[in-house]
Design a protein around this ligand. Structure first.
Ligand code: NAD
Length: 503
């Protein structure tokens, strides 16, 4: 069966109307073979605006629905996702090129966040605060915010939506999602799954949770729309530099989840077997196309000659192939631009004195329009050149270090601040890494790789990664507005700070 037919069948099973897949202005290709698998229609600016207006009306009704009842919608969404996990996971492999277990893992992450959000729908707690005035009570309450606009990247085509939508909906908001123009089909499938949950839920306002397919210009309509209270944008730092100021100009809120340039430090006491496995998954997994992919490695001089040959062996032996037809661990790059960027970075690394293993294009079933590459490991004389930028491809730069403080400084010396790891059995090094003067990233791990976060923790990073937090912990607060309320149940009207104003 051709990929196109397989895609059509899967989408039909998931509930997407076949008519929506033909005749549109946006060609959708699968990175697995490079062929076009659908042509979908993009939304016009006026259609997007009308959809936002509708979402705003829906919000006004939804905010009055009790939060645990809102949680019921997300519970139903989780049930639908469980029922469609295999099909949606396969579609992720087709459209984003992930290996099957990562495609399924992404859907599992959606299910997990739904479970989390359902529990959260019975919490959303505020505080009571001691007041200086007699017979007064002070408290804070959390209220729904409005329309939440979600912009997502190609590499997590479905999970990022669910992280945002599950929380936003239990918090009483309406959502409107612009998926990546490279992965519209998985988004259409998610909408069909959401529609099934909405139908089972019964009495939700129309336009509560919708998508629109658009390129960047369509995203800009949402970014600039006054009725979108929060823009949660996941993608490159370049995108965040444009979106952040535009939303701020109209005093809207943002959650920015941007690029990463993640590093690890391997110390003298490290369990090297564990380190090799963590580095291999972090750097080669998803063909290096995760925001949390391991891109830089600082290895202590005492273990360098043991660790690096083991890594090179792993790089030389890793299986590369079509995720739909082989059991390979490394799939394709998303497109030609990604391949060009990889080649440019490797050329720059070479010019900076790097010594490269891997990095060559691999022919897979003779698909000329698919971009399969052997992951590259590059030994660098020092941190320089392309190491300072995120190249969204499987390139791991390795640098030798002798002093732990220097290794932490090198790790923190880049623009991005998403994820980091240290491999050590030395408690002093581990604690220093996690301390105020250690890793400056939003995620800092000990004896665990940089990628593969669980939904229970808040996810996001500092500096050029944008500072946003999504998913677990108290990330829900970004989807609500806080009100401080003081109630006087006495018969006097004392003013704060002892101020008197007798009339
Ligand atoms: P991208 O920035 O090219 O596109 C991301 C999304 O932003 C797309 O939907 C795109 O249409 C939209 N967009 C771009 N410019 C816009 C604008 N001016 N206004 C409105 N929308 C705009 O990113 P990509 O290539 O799809 O994804 C890879 C990047 O995403 C990497 O940098 C990766 O690190 C990052 N990423 C970050 C996280 C995170 O949680 N921090 C997660 C996944 C991916």
């Amino acid at each position: 069966m051709s990929v196109k037919t397989q895609t059509k069948d899967l989408l039909a099973k998931l509930g997407v109307d076949a008519a929506a897949l033909e005749g549109g202005d946006l060609a959708v290709r699968t990175p697995t073979t490079g062929e076009t698998i659908a042509n979908v229609k993009t939304a016009s600016a006026s259609e997007i605006s009308a959809q936002i207006d509708k979402a705003h009306d829906a919000f006004k009704a939804w905010r009055k629905v009790p939060a645990p009842r809102r949680g019921e919608l997300v519970r139903l969404l989780g049930e639908e996702l469980r029922a469609h996990k295999d099909d949606l996971g396969t579609l992720v492999s087709i459209e984003a090129g992930k290996i099957p277990s990562e495609g399924l893992g992404e859907v599992q992450e959606m299910i997990d966040i739904c479970d989390f959000a359902v529990g959260l729908s019975r919490q959303l707690y505020g505080l009571t605060i001691a007041t200086e005035r007699a017979e007064h009570r002070m408290m804070e309450t959390w209220h729904p915010l409005g329309v939440v606009g979600i912009i997502s990247a190609f590499n997590f085509p479905v999970a990022v939506w669910s992280w945002n939508a599950a929380l936003a909906l239990v918090c009483g908001n309406a959502t409107i999602w612009k998926p990546s123009e490279k992965t519209p089909l998985t988004a259409m499938a998610c909408q069909a799954i959401m529609d099934k949950a909405l139908a089972k839920f019964g009495d939700s306002p129309e336009g509560l949770a919708t998508i629109f397919i658009a390129e960047r210009e369509g995203g800009e309509v949402m970014v600039d729309h006054q009725k979108v209270a929060l823009v949660s944008a996941t993608g490159s730092t370049r995108m965040g530099r444009e979106v952040g100021p535009r939303v701020a100009k109209r005093f809207g809120r943002t959650i920015l989840e941007l690029g990463g340039n993640n590093a690890g430090i391997v110390c003298p006491s490290a369990d090297l077997g564990m380190a090799v496995r963590a580095i291999a998954f972090g750097a080669m997994g998803t063909a290096g196309q995760r925001c949390t992919s391991t891109r830089r490695l600082f290895v202590h001089e005492s273990v360098y000659d043991k660790l690096v040959p083991q890594l090179k062996k792993a790089y030389e032996g890793v299986s590369i192939g079509n995720p739909l037809t082989s059991g390979a661990l490394v799939g394709p790059l998303i497109d030609k631009d990604a391949a060009d960027n990889m080649e440019k970075a490797l050329a720059a690394a070479k010019a900076a004195g790097g010594s490269i293993v891997g990095g060559e294009r691999v022919d897979v079933e003779g698909n000329e329009d698919a971009y399969y590459y052997r992951p590259a490991i590059v030994e660098m004389p020092e941190q320089s050149g392309p190491m300072f930028e995120e190249t969204f491809a499987p390139i791991l730069y390795v640098v030798k270090y002798s002093d732990f403080d220097d290794a932490i400084d090198m790790q923190n010396a880049v623009g991005a601040g998403l994820s980091s790891m240290v491999f050590t059995l030395n408690v002093r090094e581990a604690e220093q890494f996690l301390s105020a003067s250690g890793s400056d990233c939003g995620i800092a791990n000990v004896n665990i790789g940089t990628s593969g976060a669980e939904i229970g923790g808040a996810f996001g990073g500092e500096k050029e990664t944008g500072g946003g937090r999504e998913s677990g912990s108290d990330a829900w607060k970004a989807y609500m507005r806080r009100a401080t309320n003081t109630v006087n149940y006495g018969t006097e009207l004392p003013l704060a700070q002892g101020v008197s104003f007798d009339i």
